[in-house]
Design a protein around this ligand. Sequence first.
Ligand code: FES
Length: 85
Amino acid sequence: PFEVELSKSGETLTVPEDRTILETLRDAGYKTVSSCESGTCGTCKTKLLSGEVDHRDMVLMDEEKEDFIMICVSRAKSGRLVLDL
Ligand code: FES
């Protein structure tokens, strides 16, 4: 598991091994947009403020990977991610 901090709400959520960031956000009552939920469409692109991401999507270009995360598939490499949500 790892933590996701939501900078706008100030809330921190724990993402279990068997859940995605997207599912965890929904479980907590956040409305999130998504479509493919498999890392290919680009809908769930979210701004990343800090943290080391394990990128698992097929959408982001290399130069975007410092600043964005596809939350339907990607995870943290370790510790905590801070998202602009
Ligand atoms: Fe399609 Fe995440 S919902 S890339």
